[in-house]
Design a protein around this ligand. Structure first.
Ligand SMILES: [Zn+2]
Length: 169
């Protein structure tokens, strides 16, 4: 894997599955969140059905950088799927505590959308990490909730448009 890809993987927080670029099978073991597994399974089915590559966008932020990446799924003759990822854009930002892997976590947890990196503060209320931090009022000494891989309604609907007719519970 290239240095750039490794940097991307390190920056992905809950998206550790990107470490398995080109090793699609192992991706399953590291994706948390039932809905994400369902969505990826549907994407894989779609790619195999159309026998052509398919790309989806996702955010791949680290605590001090916003990144949008494209995940390209390419069907192979043996029915496995090769995963490619590349960064479409990135920009520096003030470091966020919520995505800092060094910060201590407590027993609380918050849903974090794997695809857009927004955090769910209340039921269906998805906010950018910076907004969520302000709203929750963390300081330098605060322990933070763990971030759980999830998928927000907006991303779920967007992904489902990639493969019309599919349904996710
Ligand atoms: Zn989302």
């Amino acid at each position: 894997m290239s240095a750039a890809a490794l940097e991307l993987v390190r920056g992905c927080g809950g998206g550790a599955w990107l470490a398995d670029v080109n090793m699609g099978r192992r991706i399953w073991d590291s994706i948390a969140g039932f809905e994400n597994q369902q969505l990826l399974e549907l994407l894989y089915d779609r790619v195999r059905a159309i026998a052509a590559p398919l790309s989806v966008s996702l955010r791949c932020d680290s605590n001090d950088t916003r990144r949008r990446a494209s995940l390209r799924l390419e069907p192979l003759p043996d029915s496995s799927i090769r995963h490619w990822i590349y960064v479409e854009w990135s920009e520096a930002r003030s470091p966020t505590a919520m995505l800092d892997p060094q910060r201590k976590r407590d027993a609380r947890s918050l849903n974090c959308c794997t695809w857009c990196k927004r955090v769910e503060l209340g039921l269906g209320e998805w906010r950018e990490v910076e907004e969520a931090e302000t709203s929750l009022g963390f300081n330098a000494e605060s322990t933070l909730p763990r971030l759980k891989a999830a998928v927000c309604t907006t991303c779920k609907q967007g992904l489902l448009q990639t493969f019309p007719g599919a349904k996710v519970a």
